[in-house]
Structure formats: C-alpha cells, structure tokens
Design a protein around this ligand. Sequence first.
Ligand code: ADP
Ligand code: UDP
Length: 242
Amino acid sequence: MKNISEEKGFKKIYEGKAKILYFYGNDESRLVTYFKDDATAFNGQKKGTIMKKGEFNNAISSSLFKLLKSKGIDSHFIENLSEREMLVHHLKMFPVEFVVRNFTAGSLAKKMGVEEGVKLLSPVVELYFKSDELGDPMINETYVKAFDLGETKDVEEAKKIALNINEILKDFFDKNGLLLVDYKLEFGILNGKVLLADEITPDTMRLWDKITLEKVDKDRFRRDLGGVEEAYKRVYDITSNI
Ligand code: ADP
Ligand code: UDP
C-alpha cells in the first residue's frame, strides 16, 4: 500500500479511527490525510476492515470537495497526493460534529418514535461534542459558548454552510439514484474563515437507493448486511464522474 508520507518520513501527528494525519514535510500549515481501510462502529466497539475503503474514501471525498468548491463552498482540500493521501490546509478544528438529517434513521427514528425513512419537513441539524471517551454526546449552541468550544458566530456560520451543502449534495445524489438520508460534517478555522474539513464519504453519510431503499453506506458494515465493498464502489463510481 503506497504511503508517500511514510516513504518521505513526514511526521505523523495523529492516528484516528479512519485516517492518519502527517505534517507536509516541514510545512506545518498543511497536512496529509491518509485514508485507512479500518472500519469502526458503535464508538469503536465494533472493529473491522473494508477492502479498498481508504482508496474509495479518498477519491469520493476529493470529488465531493471539488463539487462543493464549484458551487462556492470552500474546504480544506488542496489536492490528491496518492490513491490514499490528500493534501489539506491545517485548520484549528471545532471539537464539534455537525449532523444534518433529511430522513429519519437510527437514533432520530428511535427518539421521535417513528419508523426509519420518514421524510422530514425540513432538515434537522444536530451538534455533537467530539469525544471518544464520552461517546460524542449531543450538545447545542449554548454549550459551545459555555464550554469555550468555539465562537458562537463561527458555529452559526458552520451550520449555515452545512445546510447549503445539504442542498448541493441532496441534488447530486438524487440525480445519481440515491437518497441523502443524513451525514456528518466537521469544520475548522483558517485565517479567521470557517472552512469545511475532514471527509465526506459513505463512512459519514447514509445513502439509500431511491427505488429499493437499499443501504449504500457504512450501515452495511454496522448492521452486518454484506455487500460492503460494493456499496463503497457504487458511491465511488458515481462521484468519479464529477
Ligand atoms: P477520529 O479522530 O474520529 O478517529 P479520523 O480517523 O477520521 O477520526 O481522524 C481524522 C482527524 O483529523 C479528526 O479528528 C478530524 O477532526 C481531524 N481533521 C480533519 N481535517 C482536519 C484539518 N484540515 N486540520 C486539522 N485536523 C483535521
Ligand atoms: N456520523 C459520523 N460519525 C460520527 C457520528 C455520526 O460520520 O461519529 C454520521 C453517520 O454516518 C450518519 C449520521 O452521521 O450518517 C448520523 O449518525 P448517528 O451516529 O447520529 O446515527 P444515528 O444516531 O442516527 O444512528
């Protein structure tokens, strides 16, 4: 597996569940994100490997960042360095996950006592505090200020961008036979500007076939449905035309 960062001796600064981050040589203002095949679910309790996931996710995420850029939404993405490596701007990240939902699924269906797959009248946006130890608890904007997780105006801006992204991605996937059920985004700050970061992949989105409602995302791994690699490949094929 080609890893230019390791070959060049770039300094590893973080290894997460799905990616490894390196400084781009001596340049600490840019990072290389290396996408792994490792898959985890239920806050790391379920572990596995999805063959070629790293390659698929690097390509899918790059294509979606390019699509968003063409619609005026900037992100940390600079360029692809290899099949599994992406060069990005090093941001000061909010320790917050922004989840946007268009249909009920998972915990939302349970919480509201409805079936999965009910179309929401308007998108739901949820904020979660990024903490593996705490299991990413749900928070709201008042927590952001009270616990100094970021500037209120920046979090408001990130929410606005997350909803703009929703319109673009919903439309894109709809044209390609998929429903965008929900997804998670992360944001950070560069020179005072709020920028989209991390990844947009089947690890972080729920996508369902428009006709059969078959799951085309990481839920196939989470729920042991089989056909996991095929699902990632389908999203890869769709996004490779961008
Ligand atoms: P996790 O940390 O949840 O295990 P990953 O394995 O995907 O997840 O690790 C990637 C880490 O990199 C995440 O913690 C994410 O917040 C962080 N990150 C993503 N993009 C950037 C960026 N542009 N600058 C700094 N950190 C980033
Ligand atoms: N999500 C993610 N990382 C997380 C939590 C959620 O990528 O740490 C994504 C997940 O893939 C799904 C959406 O955000 O597309 C909602 O996930 P959640 O865990 O809230 O699922 P639910 O609670 O609905 O089962």
